[in-house]
Design a protein around this ligand. Sequence first.
Ligand code: SF4
Length: 237
Amino acid sequence: MKIGGFQEISLLDYPGKISSIVFTVTCNLRCPFCYVPQLVLPSKIKKLKLIPQKQILSYLVMNKELIDAVVVTGGEPTLQPDLYFFVKEVKSEGFLVALETNGTHPEILKHLIKNKLVDYVEMDVKTRLDFNKYNQVVGGKLTMPLFQKIKESIHTLLNSPINYEFRTTLMKEFHSKEDIIEVCKSLKGTRNYYLQNVKTEYETLAAKTFTPFTEKEIKEIMTQCKRFINSVNRRTI
Ligand code: SF4
């Protein structure tokens, strides 16, 4: 895999576990608020020193006693042709595996779930499932087939036996309260849905900052969402 970053230890990225995080490069979307432009934009990726997969695997093996799980994120990890083989190797060493995805490759998601190579999936649902709205939030990169695939990934997870979560990053430039309530309607039956405010302290892909919701507004949205989803949570990290 093309790996642009590695975080040895995280207490926050796999629920209840100590994890390492693997950041793959490249993405097929261009969300303006994206915090990892260095993993997304080809001009920035060129400047990265990629980390050999072997180096990461030997770190994991050497630290087995400490680390429970490996979170594979990006960029968009499902674009890596050898993702399957990487997670297979990680699983064979006894680690739990989490995958963070934008949902554009449901076939890979299904394959990993079917082969028990992923234990937890975190999928971004960027906004309500309206093509034009969604396309704005992903920087104009949406096509109708891609949109169908995102919907298919949602359906796959909703009907999956594994643990998963959906999440939406809130910002006033792209979301109204009604948009998020519509997301909740589409995710009816989900086990977990997280709302996280856009962060203002990071460099973004659009090289500008976005406006978070107020705590009061988020509480109001959560109250409305609970009409459709039992477990709506606020993520503050
Ligand atoms: S936030 Fe958007 S552009 Fe950035 S990695 Fe995720 S899907 Fe890709």
